[in-house]
Design a protein around this ligand. Structure first.
Ligand code: MN
Length: 388
């Protein structure tokens, strides 16, 4: 038996306990929990085969009461001794996509981001379209191209506007969107909407999400049906799923909604979240997007997803949309940071507006934990490879 050492100030203390899927020493992929700089093998530590699965889905499908029970068991386990063969150094394991993605939807819930993009894409019109403050606007993305952090991103090719004819070739305006993603643990059958107040009973956890975006492809294709190939080539998520149970301490009011939303979108206590992201481009910090500034809460997004009678499933993922705050250094996309390429940034001494081949982006995030610590989301990392 052994004890797990948690370094002072670790973002992976007992207030966090995020879940992931790992493999080590040639063994099959299985569920683990991050504790300090260690990964606890839950199938071994708890003697429960639901954690021997290569995804979190079977455990998530067991539902809210089990999530609470298992979290309590892990908390007491890591306070004492655990079997030697259940503990791995995080540096010695391979991390995998932690859940099998069912459906994927991406929202557009930051007023600052939506206003900035409106000004850039439609300079002669009102920045926000008339529906924006009445519903969380979103589109259906591609579930099959959700990738775990660390996966290289091949520059997509596609059509962009040309004069007089469209041009085909590698994207010249490849961008990021710094977001949070929310993972549904237990869904609902057809015709069973989920009220905002039931958010925490259905959503298992949150991840960092990078919605890679080819702005030139997107700008040419998106009217009238929304983004498609400009985003469907890749979306990256962090390897650790932070339980909503750990994010209770980060729960805060929303910045304010005017007009008041329709009844199906009203929360008795809002699910604003005080999560702060950091975006690094080639190792240099370029932005600190604040999730607390988001207009729509993730509980309202879930209510909107299901109000038309659509069913939901274990493993459904929905993104918040780019997180941008009111200040320039709080913008979560390079499109906004460089103002459409008109105001390039200096990154490690080089001028940048959009991503060049070989560039690497790392997004990290932290939030207040229940014990006064900062809990961490780990990172979502990706490097750009030349077009194939
Ligand atoms: Mn997005």
């Amino acid at each position: 038996m052994t004890t797990i050492d948690i370094p002072e100030g670790s973002p992976f203390g007992t207030a966090n306990l995020p879940y992931g899927v790992f493999s080590a020493g040639g063994d099959a992929s299985r569920v683990g929990v991050r504790v300090g700089d260690s990964v606890l093998d839950l199938a071994r530590a708890l003697g429960d085969d639901v954690f021997a699965a290569p995804t979190l889905n079977p455990f998530m499908a067991q539902g809210y009461d089990r999530w609470v029970e298992v979290r309590a068991r892990i908390t007491s386990l890591v306070a004492g001794e655990v079997p030697d063969d259940a503990v791995h150094a995080v540096d010695g394991v391979t991390l995998h996509l932690p859940f099998e993605v069912a459906d994927y939807v991406d929202f557009y819930a930051s007023e600052h981001h939506a206003s900035n993009v409106g000004r850039l894409f439609r300079p002669d019109a009102e920045p926000l379209l008339p529906n924006w403050k009445h519903l969380p606007v979103g589109y259906h993305g591609r579930a099959g191209t959700i990738l775990v952090s660390g996966t290289d991103i091949v520059r997509p090719s596609g059509q962009r506007k040309g004069d007089p004819a469209p041009v085909f070739g590698p994207s010249t305006r490849l961008d990021i969107e710094a977001e949070l993603g929310f993972v549904i643990g237990t869904g609902t059958p057809l015709n069973t909407p989920i009220a905002p107040d039931d958010f925490a009973r259905h959503v298992f956890g949150a991840v960092l999400l990078n919605d890679w975006s080819a702005r030139d492809i997107q700008a040419w294709e998106y009217v009238p049906l929304g983004p498609n190939l400009g985003k469907s080539f890749a979306t990256s998520v962090s390897a650790w799923v932070v339980p909503i149970l750990a994010l209770e301490a980060a729960r805060i009011p929303l910045p304010g909604q005017d007009p008041e939303p329709l009844p199906y979108l009203r929360e008795s206590r809002p699910w604003g979240l005080d999560v702060e992201l950091v975006v690094e481009w080639n190792g240099e910090e370029v932005s600190r997007p604040p999730y607390r500034e988001m207009y729509w809460s993730p509980a309202q997004m879930l209510a909107h997803l299901t109000i038309n009678g659509a069913s939901s499933r274990t493993g459904d993922l929905y993104g918040s949309g780019t997180i941008s705050g009111p200040e320039k250094h709080q913008r979560g996309a390079f499109l906004e940071l460089s103002w459409g390429g008109q105001e390039p940034l200096t990154v490690k001494g080089e001028e940048r507006s959009f991503l060049l081949d070989g560039d690497e982006v790392v997004i990290t995030g932290t939030a207040p934990g229940a014990d006064g610590s900062r809990i961490g989301f780990g990172e979502v990392r990706g490097r750009i490879l030349p077009a194939g």
